[in-house]
Design a protein around this ligand. Structure first.
Ligand SMILES: [Zn+2]
Length: 122
């Protein structure tokens, strides 16, 4: 093998943690808890993806590609946190496809108004 490699166990644990988070945010009905942790989850996922991209770029000696990767990850994280809301009434995770569209204002399942993700817990 040429150069350093990420340990397989670390990759597996990161993959498992990412999936556990995805399942939690998809299926948990605790909107307050999801709202509290979602931005941090997206930031952590962005850091992991940025780390993998950095590792791959260093390995292939294409570090200049990170000029595109990091702003793209930051934009992805911002838009993801902006577009996803959690319904306090029924606990649903509500997202709207289309990065430039307005975030959803009401829950499509129960019709309750939706609050912004992040911010101080209530
Ligand atoms: Zn709802």
């Amino acid at each position: 093998m040429n150069g350093a490699s990420l340990p397989t166990e670390a990759i597996f644990l990161l993959f498992l943690a990412a999936w556990a988070g995805f399942l939690f945010f998809s299926f948990s009905r605790n909107a307050a808890l999801k709202r509290r942790w979602f931005a941090l989850y997206v930031a952590a996922l962005g850091l992991v993806l940025g780390g993998v991209a950095t590792f791959a770029a260093a390995r292939s000696r294409t570090m200049e590609s990170l000029i595109v990767v990091f702003p793209a990850l930051a934009l992805w994280g911002f838009l993801t946190v902006r577009q996803i809301r959690f319904c306090d009434a029924c606990g649903a995770s509500v997202h709207r496809l289309g990065a430039l569209r307005d975030p959803p204002k009401s829950c499509p399942k129960c019709g309750a108004p939706l609050e912004r993700t992040g911010g101080p817990p209530k």
